[in-house]
Design a protein around this ligand. Structure first.
Ligand code: SF4
Ligand code: SF4
Length: 203
C-alpha cells in the first residue's frame, strides 16, 4: 500500500466519517460524502452555520476514517482550513457537479450558505485485518509531521521468549534484544503486559 492507494480506496468508500473536537473538548463525528479529491488534497463541503464549520474554524484538527469491505481501515489526520473566498466558487461548483444530490439539499441560491474546507497536509494510517499477519503502515502527505505509534523492546530484555508466546501475530523476532516489527503489530499490548522485566515500552 502507499498514500495514493489509500486515497483511491477512500474515493471508493465514498462516505467517510469526519471527527472534530468541540469547544468543550468532546469528540464530534459525522458522515461526509460531499468531497472532491484534487490529487492528494480533499476539498469538502459544509454549511457556514453548522457546528462542524465552527469546529473546523476554531481548532482545525480533523480525523477522517474509511473502512473497506476488505477490513481495511484508512485514517487521515491533519488540520483543515477554510478555502479563501476567491476559490470558494470553483470548488463548490466541482463538488456540486460530482454530487448531484446536493442540489436537493441546497436548491437554487440556498447553496450560498455553503463553505468549502480543504485538507492538504495530513498523516495516513493504513490498517488491514483481512490477511495474516495483519498490516499497519504510516504515510505522510504534504507538510504533516510523521508519527510513530506502538511498542518497542529495550536493551534490558533478558531473552526469555515470553513475549513471543503471547503475541497473536507472531510478530516478535528473537535477538539481543528481541524486536517487534511495527508493520505487523496489532498494538494490542499483550507482550507489554507479560514481559517479566518490563523491557517492552509504548512509543
Ligand atoms: S518477554 Fe521481555 S524479556 Fe522476555 S524476550 Fe520478550 S522482551 Fe525480552
Ligand atoms: S503489541 Fe500485540 S501484536 Fe504487537 S508485538 Fe506485542 S503482542 Fe504482538
Amino acid at each position: 500500500m502507499d498514500a495514493a492507494g489509500c486515497i483511491e480506496k477512500c474515493k471508493r468508500v465514498g462516505v467517510l466519517d469526519f471527527a472534530t473536537v468541540d469547544a468543550s473538548g468532546a469528540p464530534q463525528v459525522r458522515n461526509i460524502s460531499a468531497i472532491h479529491y484534487e490529487g492528494m488534497a480533499l476539498y469538502f463541503l459544509t454549511a457556514r452555520g453548522k457546528y462542524f464549520a465552527d469546529e473546523l474554524r476554531a481548532d482545525g484538527r480533523v480525523q477522517i476514517l474509511a473502512y473497506t469491505m476488505y477490513k481495511e481501515t484508512i485514517r487521515l489526520s491533519g488540520r483543515a482550513f477554510e478555502v479563501p473566498a476567491q476559490e470558494q466558487q470553483k470548488w463548490m461548483d466541482r463538488i456540486y457537479e460530482e454530487q448531484p444530490y446536493l442540489a436537493n439539499v441546497y436548491p437554487g441560491d440556498t447553496k450560498k450558505i455553503d463553505t468549502i474546507f480543504c485538507l492538504k497536509d495530513y498523516r495516513i494510517e493504513y490498517f488491514c485485518l483481512s490477511a495474516r499477519p495483519i498490516t499497519r503502515q504510516y504515510f505522510v502527505v504534504g507538510e504533516a509531521e510523521p508519527i510513530r505509534k506502538g511498542y518497542f523492546i529495550a536493551d534490558d530484555c533478558i531473552g526469555c521468549g515470553v513475549c513471543q508466546t503471547v503475541c497473536p501475530q507472531e510478530d516478535i523476532t528473537e535477538g539481543t534484544p528481541f524486536s517487534i516489527d511495527p508493520e505487523h503489530c496489532l498494538q494490542c499490548g499483550n507482550c507489554f503486559e507479560n514481559c517479566p522485566v518490563g523491557a517492552i515500552h509504548r512509543i
